[in-house]
Structures are given as structure tokens and as C-alpha cells.
Design a protein around this ligand. Structure first.
Ligand code: DGY
Length: 329
């Protein structure tokens, strides 16, 4: 039987599915330190990860490893050049989380614009003594301009919801999407600078890469309207968190909602002390149904990628399908 490592806590019934095909080692505890992960992968044929870093050194130390299935759509934890060089298949969980993540983007954007967390903290602290016409004045969403940076599947699902709010949709992306998608979403392609200048609510939904590091830093925050909000449901590192804390404290933008952070689960201490922010612990895809779908898709990828089950050799969401069928090197 081939051996696999499930590197993270996951639904036990998915472990039972995997046991039908593999000898399963399961780390049901905290994320493994890099050295421990490397040691445990040394004799494995496959792995199921959830954001755990898999780099060239880890792959070199695991000569049997042929498939690593990430339980996430983002795979910036994989050094893909090394996967390609070693003919190791990486897979992700694309599509099954689009709608759930787009729902959450809206929840966070709305909570940010309408100051829900800030006012709740104030209420819980016993500060609410009287109703006042100017308490927690926020920013409207209905009829406002939405700026989406990153128009992949999740960005499109997010933009589609803007129709119900009668919003103008601007977007920026590495490449322009097909005209029929633009028409369906009523979305206009603009430069990043134009989007930052014109949007009332900016939402980040782009993948994290070396090129997207600090897509939003001090210079970009300075281009935004003082009344604008910023929501990040993409990845930590896309926003310069230190610069954002300064912009929020100085009210250069109205508010921010962050689900992801540079160096998470650590959070930049300055973000914890500014009031005009909503902070959530990377939960955009966290509904029972979607996390189950993600776990099962990761398992499907691993089973098929390692040549087992009804779809043997045809994993549903390969990142680098060109290595399929090639010998491990
Ligand atoms: C994803 O799928 O990339 C989500 O951010 C969960 O990690």
C-alpha cells in the first residue's frame, strides 16, 4: 500500500476514505514545523496539506513523493518550480469555495463599511448611554462603486453579487477577462491606479505571488478616497499591514476588513490597536459544507493522482498537469 501523510486536522470520515487506498499517517494536531514535516514526508508517496510550505528542499528529501494535494485554492505554499522540476503533482481545491468565499467577502466588506465590529465592541464595553444621530456613521454600499482587484472565479462571484446593490463595478486583473464575462458582470476593466482613485470599496481577491507582494502599500493607500474601505480575502502579504495600520490610524482611508495577514496567525500589533478595522482569522471558506467539499476534493486529487480509485490518473484539479504520467525525478 502507498503511504501518505495528512499534515493537518481534517474531517475523520475523509481520513476513513483515504484509508481505503493508503497507509495513512495523520497529524491531527498543530501545523508541523518545517523540519518535522520534511522528516515525516521522507518515506511518503503522497501528502494532503493545508497551507503547509512544501519547498525544493522538502521535495528533495522525499524521493518517493509524487502528489501533494493542498486543501485550499491558493497554493503559494508550494514552490511550483520545484514541483515541476521533480515531476511532483500539486493540486488545489478550486471552484468548490467560490460562492462561500464571495459571500464572506461581502460580509466583511459590509461589516467594514457599516462599522459593525467597532460598534459592537463599544456596546459590549458598556459605552452605549444614549442614541445619537452621528454614532458610527458608515459608508453606503448600495449605488456605490466596487473595485475588485483579481477577477478570477472568486472575484467574478463577488462582482456578480454587486448587481443586487446597484453598484458600478471596476476591476483590475493581470489580464482582461472575456468580453461576455465583463458584459454579464457589468464590470469595467481599469488600471490599478484608476480603480484605487474611483472605488468606494476595494476588495482584494488575487493570488499571492512575488509580483503581487504589497500590491497595496503606502503609495496605493494614498491614492484611495478618504471615505473608501479596503477588504482583503486573498492572502497576507498582498497588503503591507504596517502601512495599512498607519493609514487607518490617520484616517487616510475610512476602514479595512482583513481575513488574511502577513505572517499569520501572527497579526501586526498595530492592526490590533486601530478601531476602524474588522479582523477575522482566515475563515472566508469556512462553512461546514464548503470545508467538507474542499477536504473531499483534496482527497479525490490525492487518490486519483496516486493512481487509485475510479478516476485513477485523472485528478480533478491539478495545478501542473504536465507532470502527470512522468517518472519522479
Ligand atoms: C484558500 O482556499 O486558499 C483559502 O484561503 C483557505 O486557505
Amino acid at each position: 500500500m502507498q503511504k501518505i501523510l495528512v499534515a493537518r486536522g481534517i474531517f475523520p470520515d475523509v481520513i476513513e476514505r483515504l484509508k481505503q487506498y493508503f497507509d495513512v499517517e495523520w497529524n491531527d494536531g498543530d501545523a508541523l514545523p518545517a523540519d518535522e514535516l520534511k522528516r515525516r514526508l521522507a518515506d511518503k508517496d503522497g501528502a494532503l496539506t493545508a497551507g503547509d510550505p512544501i519547498d525544493a528542499a522538502t521535495l528533495a528529501a522525499a524521493p518517493r513523493l509524487r502528489v501533494v494535494a493542498n486543501m485550499a485554492v491558493g497554493y503559494n505554499n508550494f514552490e511550483m518550480a520545484a514541483f515541476d522540476a521533480h515531476n511532483v503533482l500539486g493540486t488545489n481545491t478550486q471552484d468548490v469555495l467560490n460562492e462561500t468565499t464571495a459571500d464572506f467577502g461581502w460580509a466583511l466588506m459590509m461589516a467594514t463599511a457599516r462599522r459593525i465590529a467597532e460598534s459592537e465592541h463599544w456596546l459590549r464595553a458598556g459605552e452605549w448611554k444614549k442614541w445619537s444621530f452621528d454614532s458610527f456613521l458608515g459608508t453606503d454600499l448600495y449605488g456605490a462603486t466596487l473595485g475588485v482587484i483579481g477577477m478570477g472565479r472568486i472575484g467574478q462571484a463577488l462582482a456578480r453579487r454587486a448587481k443586487g446593490f446597484n453598484m458600478q463595478v471596476l476591476y483590475h486583473n493581470r489580464s482582461r477577462v472575456a468580453p461576455e464575462i465583463e458584459a454579464d458582470l457589468n464590470a469595467q476593466y481599469v488600471s490599478k491606479e484608476d480603480l484605487l482613485r474611483r472605488a468606494d470599496h476595494v476588495v482584494l481577491v488575487l493570488p499571492y505571488t512575488a509580483q503581487s507582494h504589497h500590491t497595496i502599500g503606502a503609495a496605493e493607500l494614498a491614492q484611495m478616497k478618504p471615505s473608501a474601505t479596503l477588504t482583503n480575502i486573498a492572502r497576507g502579504g498582498i497588503v503591507d499591514d504596517a502601512a495599512l495600520a498607519v493609514a487607518l490610524r490617520e484616517r487616510r482611508i475610512a476602514a479595512a476588513g482583513l481575513d488574511v495577514f502577513e505572517g499569520e496567525p501572527a497579526v501586526h500589533p498595530d492592526l490590533l490597536t486601530v478601531p476602524n478595522i474588522v479582523l477575522t482569522p482566515h475563515i472566508a471558506s469556512a462553512t461546514e459544507a464548503t470545508r467538507r467539499a474542499m477536504a473531499n476534493l483534496a482527497a479525490d486529487n490525492l487518490i486519483a493522482g496516486l493512481g487509485e480509485g475510479p478516476r485513477a490518473g485523472q485528478p480533478p484539479s491539478p495545478i501542473n498537469p504536465q507532470v502527470l504520467g512522468k517518472a519522479r525525478s
